[in-house]
Write a protein that binds this ligand. Structure first.
Ligand SMILES: Nc1nc2c(ncn2[C@@H]2O[C@H](COP(=O)(O)OP(=O)(O)OP(=O)(O)O)[C@@H](O)[C@H]2O)c(=O)[nH]1
Ligand SMILES: [Mg+2]
Length: 457
């Protein structure tokens, strides 16, 4: 995939009926293909009405073509976009005809993400921007669209590059001292080096925080509603979703399988999972459901441990222990007491003597406050202004960069300081940052990233 130089073609618009369907072709040289298709040469960047005919001269479609010549195009190669009528059969005929007439030039069907890959390989965009294109297409909320657009404009990449530049300057400073061992100690005590390192660390911390928000905005949160049977988990799901997605009955053990519903909370996609009530049971079907509840808890980003505010007993403590054992590391648990409408003036406290949120899934009381609490618990700052969109991959690179910076600090500031190791850790930190924009990315990772794109992009 990495080295294909042949011209490629794909439907750029979604399959199905639509007003217009766009077929896109990109390749090192498209003049011959254009001639083969239309017996015409096209003026670049000018819309031209053309007729595409089948082998026996019958008109397949009258379409609008726009031709971009390399390097001034999306991919950096020659690109021609054919705006056809948007019928699925028609577009298939157009594609087939193009493939036949472009055969001599080696025209082939594009792989997912191949147009964007070529844009990346031709330095039209960096890797973070290429990912932002896919994220823009997949964005699940308005805030995610704006964040992806900002990343695509290069906001994230600019921050990364500026940090890389700062580290480069620091490395130049260090490496120029390396040849003079007697100056090492002096250097490491040099306030300038130290304050620069601190500045780099704090810049990285800010970037990490932004990327964490960006990851939440992109992927949303797996929010699992867990608790004993009959406490009102399904009722809460329905309340949050604003519709009856799960069955609610007074019978304990109503929910047998996970029910998932996604909502947008303050721009953040929340994938809410209602689960079967947790208890010991001899019912085979219910037991299977409960096993799935635990499965969901093990993959949660946030667990709401729902309780009946009116009947607190030992099983609550037992269940809490169990849930805390099963959740993934760093997954917060929010304890919530439901059925507050039946409660009179009592406030619930959990084992840690913290007051827990009280709500009524039935009347809606406390649910707005719970929504805000959910957002603060997952660390959502609520500042969408200036937000970028980020991926797990970016966060991992930033985390590793932070580790290396931290180590470099130790080598610089501890008793057993070593300038070589200090410089090496700086290099490794820089390496991790470079992977975000793709400058220093292993080839196999590149393939993985682009195959997740949709076809035609
Ligand atoms: N008064 C009152 N009743 C509620 C409230 N929330 C739920 N209920 C009732 O409690 C019963 C159980 O509600 P569900 O939402 O099915 O409870 P669940 O936790 O999903 O139960 P399982 O699926 O069996 O685990 C139903 O009769 C609901 O109407 C509430 O806030 N106040
Ligand atoms: Mg239920």
């Amino acid at each position: 995939m990495m080295t294909r130089k042949l011209p490629i073609i794909a439907l750029a618009t979604a399959p199905g009926r639509s007003g217009v369907g766009v077929v896109r072709i990109s390749g090192p040289k498209l003049e011959n293909i254009i001639w083969a298709l239309f017996k015409k040469t096209l003026t670049p960047r000018q819309a031209t009405v053309l007729t595409l005919r089948d082998a026996s001269g019958r008109v397949i479609d009258q379409l609008l073509a726009i031709y971009f010549t390399a390097p001034a195009s999306f991919t950096g190669e020659d690109v021609v976009e054919l705006q056809c009528h948007g019928g699925p059969q028609l577009l298939e005929l157009v594609m087939k005809r193009c493939l036949i007439l472009g055969k001599n030039e080696g025209l082939i069907i594009a792989q997912p993400g191949e147009f964007t890959l070529r844009a990346y390989l031709n330095n039209k965009i960096d890797l973070a921007q290429a990912e932002a294109i896919a994220d823009l297409i997949d964005a699940q909320s308005e805030a995610a669209v704006l964040g992806a657009a900002r990343s695509l404009q290069g906001a994230f990449s600019d921050d990364i590059n500026s940090l890389i530049e700062d580290i480069t300057q620091l490395r130049i400073l260090v490496e120029s001292t390396l040849d003079f061992p007697e100056e090492e100690i002096e250097f490491l005590e040099n306030a300038q080096a130290r304050s620069r390192l601190e500045a780099v660390s704090s810049k990285l911390a800010t970037l990490r925080q932004g990327a964490q928000q960006g990851k939440i905005l992109r992927d949303g949160i797996e929010l699992v509603l867990a608790g004993a049977p009959n406490v009102g988990k399904s009722s809460l799901l329905n309340r949050l979703a604003g519709e009856d997605v799960a069955i609610v009955t007074p019978i304990a053990g109503t929910t047998r399988d996970r029910v998932k519903e996604s909502i947008i909370l303050d721009g953040v996609p929340m994938h809410i999972i209602d689960t079967a009530g947790l208890r010991d049971t001899n019912d085979e079907l219910e037991a299977k459901g409960i096993e799935r509840s635990w499965g969901a808890i093990r993959l949660a980003d946030l667990v709401i441990f729902l309780q009946d505010a009116n009947s607190q007993n030992d099983t609550v403590d037992e269940l809490r222990e169990q849930i805390l054992r099963e959740i993934p590391p760093k997954c917060p648990v929010l304890e919530v007491g439901n059925k507050a409408d039946l409660l009179e003036g009592v406030h619930l406290k959990n084992r840690l003597n913290q007051e827990i949120s009280l709500i009524s899934a039935k009347t809606g009381e406390g649910v707005e406050a719970l929504k805000s609490k959910i957002l603060t618990t997952i660390g959502w700052g609520g500042t969408q202004e200036g937000a970028i969109l980020a991926r797990r991959r970016h966060l991992d690179c930033l985390d590793r960069a932070a580790d290396h910076l931290h180590k470099s600090e130790e080598f610089a500031l501890n008793g057993n300081s070593s300038l070589e190791l200090f410089a090496e850790e700086l290099r490794l930190a820089q390496n991790q940052l470079g992977q975000i924009t793709g400058k220093l990315l292993p080839d196999d990772l590149l393939g993985k990233i682009f195959t997740q794109f949709c076809i035609g992009k």
